[in-house]
Design a protein around this ligand. Structure first.
Ligand code: PLP
Length: 356
């Protein structure tokens, strides 16, 4: 049976990415060797790395004065690298979910990490508005997509101080005005590549901002100067990521991708809004188009387990909600086809006909 992969991360990748990567595992760039066996200093991998950086820049329209880095450690390491490199005394954080909370926690190790606003009072089901960003903070950190609770800041805000965004789960899902940010980072395993690589887009003047000593590997300057090749980069994940970028370019780029993503999200949100038994968990104006969270209405709650089983019998994978929200979460990342969303909606409608 065809599986519909709604996993939150690692998650669905384009068929093209899987096929091209599988081929390269047996013969990489005509070397007669596996992608898994070659030197990262060889001319083939050097070419892969620079092509990946180039295509990432092209697809996101990244200005000249920014570097694109591919590092290890996950988005979680960036939670500490950001304040380590960029915060002398004070930084500001918008706390919109669990990942934002973790980023904020790390920053407290380095100075005064101000919580500008938080939506914790309503289980992170909305994006706070009308907060004041302290002018004397060195940067303002946001998490554009709240992967766990399903809210999203789907626009590029104006910030009076340098803006930094964790875009782990919505990078490449829409066009972004990169010039509004000094830095954007994320783990690749949601919308770009398999696990193991972290992307960092950083404005080149953001190095040497602090007086403290920074260990070599944790210093952005090291990676900018060495084109992400100071040490062995995650070659496999980078190669696979490049295939995803090629797939995305061929599809028409991020503007086209956003149209498809909106179509997918609207299809599912409409089904939820018109349902007798399901209900969304987030404020409508802040809904994520990447992670759609919903539960069963109070009187139907006891049926959640039964729906889970019904859905998996129809090929749905990964729709169980995060333990902190319960219910269901369908992740509709770039590579998830519209047909999979339609299959889930059909499944919900069919279940509702039986029960309501
Ligand atoms: C998944 C995720 C992370 C964590 O990424 P790792 O690469 O596992 O460290 C951080 N932030 C957001 C928004 C995420 O979705």
């Amino acid at each position: 049976m065809k599986k519909h992969n709604f996993n939150a991360g690692p998650s669905v990748l384009p068929q093209y990415t899987l096929e091209e990567t599988a081929k390269a595992i047996f013969d990489y760039a005509g070397t007669g060797m596996s992608l898994l066996e070659v030197s990262h200093r060889g001319k083939e991998f050097e070419a892969t790395m620079s092509e990946t950086v180039q295509m990432f820049k092209e697809l996101l329209n990244i200005p000249e004065n920014y570097s694109v880095l591919f590092l290890g450690g996950g988005a979680s390491l960036q939670f500490c690298m950001v304040p380590y490199n960029l915060m002398n005394k004070k930084a500001a954080y918008l706390v919109t979910g669990e990942w934002a909370t973790k980023a904020h926690k790390e920053a407290k190790l380095f100075g005064e990490a101000v919580e500008v606003a938080s939506s914790k009072d309503k289980n992170f089901s909305y994006i706070p508005k009308n907060y004041v960003i302290p002018q004397d903070a060195e940067y303002f950190h946001i998490t554009t997509n709240n992967t766990i609770y399903g809210t999203e800041i789907r626009y590029d805000m104006d910030s009076p101080i340098p803006l930094i965004a964790d875009m782990s789960s919505d990078i490449l899902s829409r066009p972004v005005d990169i010039s509004k940010y000094v830095m954007i980072y994320g783990g690749a395993q949601k919308n770009f590549a398999p696990a193991g690589v972290t992307f960092v887009i950083i404005r080149n003047d953001m190095i040497n901002k602090v007086s403290r000593q920074i260990p070599t590997m944790l210093n952005y300057e090291t990676h900018i100067k060495n084109n992400s090749m100071f040490n062995t980069p995650p070659c496999f994940a980078i190669f696979a990521g490049l295939q995803t970028l090629k797939w995305l370019k061929n599809l028409g780029g991020v503007a086209e991708m956003e149209k498809i993503n909106l179509k997918k999200a609207n299809l599912l949100y409409d089904a939820i809004d018109n349902s007798k038994i399901f209900v969304g968990t987030t404020a409508k104006e802040d809904r994520s188009i990447m992670n759609v969270c919903f539960v069963m209405k109070e009187q139907y709650k006891p049926l959640e387990e039964e729906f889970s089983k019904f859905a998996s019998s129809k090929g749905m994978v990964g729709i169980k909600g995060h333990r902190s929200v319960g219910g269901f979460r369908a992740s509709l990342y770039n590579a998830l086809p519209l047909e999979s969303v339609q299959a889930l909606v059909d499944c919900m409608n069919e279940f509702e006909k039986m029960k309501a």
